[in-house]
Design a protein around this ligand. Structure first.
Ligand SMILES: *[C@@H]1O[C@H](CO)[C@@H](O)[C@H](O)[C@H]1NC(C)=O
Length: 321
């Protein structure tokens, strides 16, 4: 019967050996993960990839690129961060907040948005009923606690924070600072990202002022924008951070302003989108024109900034094609 075992079988058996060796290594990885404080789960940061992608595809946001890369580098390269990384993205609709956060997730976690360690919360989906606020508070706290116990390298993304019931996010406060202890894990390796339009009007106004003063858009620095954004959050009783202590206790590591987008930025978005769809370049100018024609600009007089950023680019392209 041995004669039946030809070269093909031999290589198959060899392969089996390799596979089981890999499986054993994988098991070991899992084992150390459930017991060690060094568990990194599927956290596989590729910061160079992220930097490249941002430089190529993110339209008109020099500050976002600088701040996010700097903040992430310092955090990821530190084996013992003193607190979780907490970032708050602010800006007008369609300026790239969701785009940047999904890009970030994609370059930080092997499985991207599908990773079991990436958690996305939206007020409309997860916390729709104001009268159930107490229930939501205890759920949210349990989820954060549970997920951090499973994996310290978790990412929590909170969408539309300006529509979150004020009072809900207060339960996060202990998790965002340096003093919370979660059994069996290093919760300080977690990342929290908050998205909101709050401060958007103020950012737009400052960008407009700069343009009117003939200052280069790239000259705008965080220091020019931060005070107005902080004030817009703290003064707004509808914002999810209202009296949560998050801003007051300085738990936000990075306030990231997204600037309003001009025509050439919208053009950039259209070109990205066409490339993403794998479409030929010939039609480019036509499509760009069609999208721009369908976009409203403000202020009335100067017609400078897109009123919904690049938000409708994708759907307009589909209409056009
Ligand atoms: C983790 O968070 C999700 C919500 O994103 C929740 O459904 C799940 O129960 C949490 N897991 C644990 C172990 O608490």
């Amino acid at each position: 019967m041995a004669a039946g075992v030809g070269p093909a079988w031999g290589s198959f058996l060899g392969l089996l050996g390799l596979v089981s060796a890999a499986a054993a290594a994988w098991d070991l990885g899992l084992l150390s993960c459930s017991f060690g404080a060094f568990c990194e789960c599927d956290f596989r940061p590729d910061l160079r990839g992220l930097e490249c992608d941002l430089a190529q595809h993110l339209a008109g946001q020099h500050l976002v690129r600088q701040l996010v890369m700097k903040g992430l580098k310092a955090f990821v390269e530190n084996p013992e961060p003193a607190k979780p990384l907490v970032m708050s993205f602010h800006g007008w609709t369609g300026t790239g907040k969701s785009y940047v956060s999904s890009m970030l997730v994609q370059y930080l976690f092997r499985d991207g948005m599908a990773s079991p360690h990436v958690h996305h919360f939206s007020p409309v989906i997860h916390f729709p009923h104001a009268e159930q606020i107490e229930h939501y508070k205890s759920d949210l706290k349990q989820w954060i606690l549970g997920n951090l116990t499973t994996c310290g390298r978790s990412l929590f993304l909170f969408d539309e924070v300006d529509k979150m019931h004020p009072g809900l996010l207060g339960v996060l406060r202990p998790f965002l600072g340096p003093s919370w202890v979660v059994y069996g894990t290093n919760y300080r390796k977690a990342i929290f990202i908050f998205l909101s339009n709050a401060g958007g009007e103020q950012i737009n106004q400052l960008a407009l002022d700069a343009w009117r003063a003939r200052r280069d858009r790239e000259e705008l620095q965080l220091g020019d924008l931060e005070p107005a954004i902080s004030k817009a959050i703290v003064d707004n009783p509808q914002h999810g951070f209202w009296q949560s202590g998050i801003v007051e206790d300085q738990l936000l590591d990075l306030l990231v302003p997204f600037l309003p987008l001009q025509r050439h930025h919208v053009r950039h978005c259209v070109i990205n989108e066409l490339a993403q769809l794998g479409l030929a370049q010939q039609q480019e100018d036509e499509v760009v024109q069609a999208v721009l024609d369908g976009t409203a600009f403000f202020p009335e007089e100067e017609q400078l900034f897109s009123s919904n950023g690049c938000k409708t680019v994708a759907s307009r392209i589909t209409l056009f094609l």
